[in-house]
Design a protein around this ligand. Structure first.
Ligand code: AMP
Length: 283
């Protein structure tokens, strides 16, 4: 694995690969890598000649200073893990390399209603930061394929919108959410949970599974109430949102037992202690 810290060096290397007609798959991450990230790397390897992974804890996407400060950093372990997976290239830039003009006075993206629901409401400015960094990374790497996890379902929609706005040529490929055997979705933030909290945190998966199993049997408001009760029983507090929504628009569904051809998705965000966790499930 070759590690690049400078855009210029990475560009030179990628230029040679592209000139030789090689395809590039790209997996952006914020590090503290887990099985979810590794599944993206494997998917990228199966689709492309060369795989680039980036690790960059992007300051502009954190609306909560404390969340940014406490974001796990395990760079030595991450490098070792990526190398053991035979990742071709790791891009590991500094904040200065990615934001040479600082992080104030940044451009913004017309994301429309996507910023006005769910994560957009709970984390103001978050998706502008996500777009800034992914736009910049795509401009640098110009990959054939971009690999994203279903775990961040709304983020996929936001990034697709940015890609359309900026006319990047990259094709987005989605990987399913990887989970612990007990259902807890793999997340870098799980490192901040105690063993007891990790056990309780399976409550999100239990709530989502409950909604899925009972979707045809109960009303939407009953499902949301029951899912909330499961979260409360598992010590989640506060609950940010429980939404049962159209999978294409993320607008909450209003019809009970909806047979929506675009699919229906349940999405949850809630706090376990001071750790904010999100997850979703297609119904
Ligand atoms: P992050 O490092 O959390 O910014 O995530 C980097 C990428 O990994 C994003 O595309 C995430 O959606 C994806 N990802 C995070 N957790 C999982 C998971 N449990 N399963 C699959 N992909 C994931």
């Amino acid at each position: 694995m070759i590690v690049f810290k400078k855009i210029e060096d990475l560009n030179k290397h990628l230029f040679r690969l592209k000139e030789a007609g090689k395809t590039i798959g790209f997996v952006p991450t914020m590090g503290a890598l887990h099985e979810g990230h590794i599944s993206l790397i494997k998917l990228a390897q199966s689709h492309s000649d060369y795989t680039v992974c980036s690790i960059f804890v992007n300051p502009t996407q954190f609306n909560d200073e404390n969340d940014f400060k406490k974001y796990p950093n395990r760079i030595d372990q991450d490098i070792h893990l990526l190398a053991s997976q035979k990742t071709d290239i790791l891009f590991l830039p500094s904040v200065n390399e990615m934001y040479p003009n600082g992080t104030s006075h940044l451009k913004s993206y017309q994301l429309g209603y996507l910023e006005n629901l769910l994560e957009g409401v709970s984390r103001p400015g978050h998706y502008q930061g996500v777009c800034l960094i992914v736009d910049r990374l795509l401009s640098i790497i110009d990959p054939d394929f971009l690999f994203l996890g279903q775990k961040d379902f709304q983020q996929i929609m936001v990034i697709k919108k940015m890609i359309a706005l900026k006319e990047h040529r990259t094709e987005v490929i989605i990987a399913p959410t990887q989970r612990d055997p007990n259902g807890l979705a793999n997340s870098s933030r799980n490192l901040r949970l105690s063993e007891k909290e990790k056990q309780l945190a399976t409550g999100i998966f239990k709530s989502l599974t409950f909604i899925k199993d009972n979707f045809k049997k109960r009303t939407v408001s009953e499902l949301i109430k029951n899912a909330g009760d499961i979260l409360i029983k598992n010590h989640f507090h506060p609950i940010d949102y429980i939404s049962i929504a159209d999978a294409k628009t993320l607008q909450p569904i209003t019809i009970d037992h909806d047979n929506n051809p675009d699919g229906v998705i349940a999405l949850i965000a809630a706090y376990m202690g001071d750790v904010r966790l999100i997850d979703n499930m297609l119904l």
